[in-house]
Design a protein around this ligand. Structure first.
Ligand SMILES: Nc1nc2c(c(=O)[nH]1)N[C@H]1C(S)=C(S)[C@@H](COP(=O)(O)OP(=O)(O)OC[C@H]3O[C@@H](n4cnc5c(N)ncnc54)[C@H](O)[C@@H]3O)O[C@H]1N2
Ligand code: MOO
Length: 411
């Protein structure tokens, strides 16, 4: 590859990939406790109402609100205690709370028929076993959760594609979903290429470095819910690379190659990716820094990326192009990608027409979030370790001044 490549924007790169990827995600049923972080494979609809009955939110007395109107400490409303709600029991079979009456009720107990509110214990005085004085009025509905107030029967509770969070497990438990249909994790093949690379356990000789990218990318893939698989270090050799890529493609849903993506004479990634199958390379180069010499390809419907060799660049491109595919199965248009706004501590220049991604440390000062750039070349993995997140300078800006706000995503 001798010629200079034509750089695409991140959006164009996503659109090109999105238009050609044709992977189907198989679905499996997992037990609810195993479903955390997994992606829902279908819309889930509640069959039952939650709660299934009107419930008290306080310890106290179930009453007719009207009977408490005008009650004060000096002039309480006196009510006859004629019943008691037992926790977990049907309160609908033992009579009705009549006019001028009250039933004892625990927090979470079922509201008995006739009652329309609960008076907190603190606002009652017990005159004897059978009589209370209510010292504050309540309105109908006070201290009650209504039937279906949490989840109405027939309501859509979670949409297909949603990544399950701890609170979602709670909600699914509430509606009785014990087996959850989720997409199987995508299998991600990871290949590192470079004559200089050696395994972690080896002592690098002069001119050699340990393979960083296999591990960092493995971590990113696993963190995005995928099932990563390392295919090792391959020398900068067309044939060797082609064979290993073919194997990875046959066994995986998505393949990552790092190194060899630039335009140097020995940079074989683009050539190899174009040889694998149809349609092959869709773009070579994105207008971002770091990460410019990225190659994006689709082979028989599966995405294959030639990531830049510099570890920071490889990780940034993974974050922008690979994570959304693994997490959501596609690129979401309305995704809130950089949700934190932070004040930048120093001027950072950027070329117009190019998105720049800064590694930033975050801290709080006077109630504000501050982003302090971690400076350093894209070959330095330690800069990623020192950073808490990635900040973006949009393509239309030629830089951001100290004190201006910048959009950040957390690692
Ligand atoms: N004349 C030019 N040179 C370079 C350009 C350019 O536009 N013109 N682009 C630079 C940029 S930007 C990047 S990023 C790199 C991309 O390089 P390659 O993707 O071709 O990768 P390599 O040349 O194989 O390696 C670059 C660098 O990264 C180290 N590396 C590679 N793989 C690993 C790994 N698995 N673990 C740790 N480190 C790795 C490698 O040793 C090199 O130092 O090209 C610039 N050059
Ligand atoms: O893009 Mo390189 O990826 O600037 O270091």
């Amino acid at each position: 590859m001798g010629e200079l490549f034509q750089a695409r924007t991140v959006r164009e790169a996503r659109e090109l990939l999105g238009g050609h990827i044709k992977t189907t995600c198989p679905v499996e049923q997992v037990q609810l406790l195993k479903a955390l972080g997994r992606r829902l494979a279908q819309d889930l609809v509640a069959v039952d109402a939650v709660p299934g009955f009107d419930r008290s939110t306080m310890d106290g007395f179930a009453v007719r609100a009207r009977d408490t109107f005008g009650a004060t400490e000096s002039l309480p409303s006196y009510l006859d205690v004629t019943g008691e709600v037992l926790m977990g029991r049907d309160a609908g079979t033992a009579g009705v709370v009549g006019v001028g009456q009250a039933w004892r009720i625990p927090t979470g107990g079922m509201l008995p028929p006739g009652a329309d509110a609960v008076v907190m214990l603190e606002y009652t005085e017990e005159l004897d076993d059978m009589t209370i004085g209510v010292t504050r009025p309540v309105a109908p509905g006070d201290y009650i959760v209504r039937t279906g107030e949490d989840i109405a029967p027939g309501a859509g509770v979670l949409p297909r594609g949603h990544i399950l969070r701890p609170q979602d497990l709670g909600l699914l438990a509430a509606v009785g979903v014990d087996d959850v249909p989720v997409f199987m994790p995508a299998r991600v093949g990871i290949i590192s290429t470079g004559d200089e690379l050696v395994e972690t356990r080896e002592q690098p000789g002069p001119g050699q470095v340990r393979d960083i990218n296999s591990y960092a990318l493995y971590g990113q893939a696993a963190a995005a819910g995928a099932q990563p698989c390392i295919y090792g270090i391959i020398r900068d050799d067309f044939k060797l690379l082609l064979d290993r890529l073919r194997q990875a493609l046959a066994e995986c849903d998505l393949v990552l190659l790092s190194g060899g993506s630039s335009v140097g004479a020995r940079d074989v990634a683009a050539r190899v990716l174009d040889t694998l199958g149809s349609p092959g390379v869709l773009f070579h180069g994105i207008s971002i820094k770091p990460g410019k010499p990225t190659v994006g390809a689709v082979v028989d419907g599966k995405p294959v990326f030639g990531l830049p060799g510099h570890p920071v660049s490889a990780m940034v491109v993974f974050d922008l192009l690979v994570t959304p595919l693994l997490k959501y199965g596609f690129y979401l248009r309305d995704q809130l990608e950089f949700p934190v706004r932070a004040r930048l501590t120093r001027n950072m220049r950027s070329a117009a027409g190019r998105e720049d991604y800064l590694r930033v440390r975050l801290y709080q000062e006077n109630g504000e979030v501050i982003a302090d750039p971690v400076l350093g070349k894209s070959g330095l993995i330690s800069t990623m370790v020192q950073a808490d997140g990635l900040a973006r300078i949009p393509a239309e800006k030629e830089g951001i001044e100290a004190g201006e706000n910048i959009e950040v995503k957390l690692f």
